[in-house]
Design a protein around this ligand. Structure first.
Ligand SMILES: NC(=O)c1ccc[n+]([C@@H]2O[C@H](COP(=O)([O-])OP(=O)(O)OC[C@H]3O[C@@H](n4cnc5c(N)ncnc54)[C@H](OP(=O)(O)O)[C@@H]3O)[C@@H](O)[C@H]2O)c1
Length: 325
């Protein structure tokens, strides 16, 4: 049995989701020869460190008493193999996740992350640092949640040239546009419903404005296409100005309006999609369509968010990283 030690940084929706999945999958992972232990958990308010492994069941069921050790010290000084970075990121500075990743890579630890912002702000710097230190930095969970889009497009389709990638990469906006089409409600009513269902953040500004989709577009372009693109080079239009009349008219002529990222086009915009097109996905799903030279068009569809679904991508990255140890 190979023991691999993790440090979880950020114990919110996704951090707790991953902890639950580590408990659920313990015997499944052990049957594959892998024993994952959590050596430390860091929150904004403090940290818990245990050399023999943090008791996740207790941590999830009771109100934890966080110790005083700072995130920086836990990342640097705790004996561990992989730092799992799960904090919310500032899209302009990449912080606090950017510093967490740099500290991890500078102290010889691999990184797995669901946090887009550090990669959007400092993709080359982070990948360069990982390469220089012979460490891996994996971030499947940053784009389209549970859908294994990054590794599928990068590795499983490597015989192909990806001519372009189109994505519906934000579940909240897709839910709102789908509701507007199905029920004829306006944008505000659909947003309120998305919030009551727990799909939209209490401050969904970055989703609605297309910023979240743009951040994912930059990661797809850099990682899958190998084309460096900066967030500031994108043309982004959100869904704020999509009216019920526009949605109705589109429907009348056989189209749906979807918020689409056109990766080579470097744009995010509400786009007319024929109703029978594979990108016309319902509810809060995500979809990625890749146009390839050999395989033709392929579409991946699935859950773009959620603690359990996102932990699928995180765990996959952790397993892949563990193979290198
Ligand atoms: N939710 C999803 O479905 C989903 C899907 C894919 C990717 N993601 C990404 O995954 C990341 C986490 O999302 P989430 O939904 O779990 O967010 P969340 O519920 O807000 O949790 C983030 C946690 O990080 C903690 N934190 C903040 N600053 C910290 C610091 N300096 N050191 C240690 N911990 C710190 C926060 O503590 P406080 O609350 O005390 O500030 C909070 O507990 C985000 O980058 C998000 O974009 C989320």
């Amino acid at each position: 049995l190979k023991e691999v030690k993790l440090i979880i940084v950020g114990f919110g929706v996704i951090g707790r989701g991953l902890a639950n999945t580590l408990l659920d999958k313990r015997s499944h992972l052990r049957s594959q020869g892998l024993d994952l232990k959590v050596a430390g958990v860091c929150e904004a308010q403090g940290s818990i460190v245990s050399d023999s492994g943090v008791d996740l069941k207790r941590l999830l069921s009771s109100k934890p008493r966080w110790g005083r050790a700072k995130t920086q010290d836990v990342i640097r000084d705790t004996e561990a193999d992989i730092v799992v970075e799960l904090t919310p990121g500032n899209i302009k500075t990449g912080e606090p996740g950017l510093s967490h990743m740099v500290w991890a890579l500078n102290s010889g630890k691999h990184v797995v992350s669901s946090n887009k912002s550090p990669l959007v702000v400092a993709y080359d710097k982070l990948l360069g640092l990982a390469g220089k230190n012979n460490l891996s930095l994996k971030f499947e969970a940053t784009v389209a949640g549970a859908i294994p889009v990054l590794e599928t497009l990068k590795r499983e389709l490597r015989a192909n040239k990806a001519q372009n990638i189109y994505g519906i990469l934000n579940g909240t906006t897709n839910y709102i546009l789908s509701k507007m089409a199905e029920e004829g409600v306006d944008y505000h009513a659909a947003l309120a419903e998305a919030q009551s269902m727990g799909y939209a953040e209490s401050d969904p500004k970055y989703d609605i404005m297309g910023v979240d989709t743009g951040a994912k577009l930059t990661i797809l372009s850099n990682y899958v296409l190998g084309e460096p693109v900066k967030f500031s080079e994108l043309t982004i239009e959100g869904i704020e100005r999509v009216t019920p009349e526009a949605v109705h008219l589109a429907g009348h002529y056989g189209y749906a309006i979807k918020l689409v990222a056109d990766v080579r086009g470097k744009t995010v915009a509400p786009t007319l999609i024929p109703k029978d097109h594979p990108l016309n996905i319902p509810g809060n799903l995500n979809a990625v369509l890749v146009e390839t030279d050999l395989a033709g068009d392929l579409t991946l569809i699935g859950a773009g968010a959620g603690p359990r679904e996102t932990s699928s991508a995180l765990l996959q990255d952790i397993i892949e990283t563990s193979k290198q140890l």
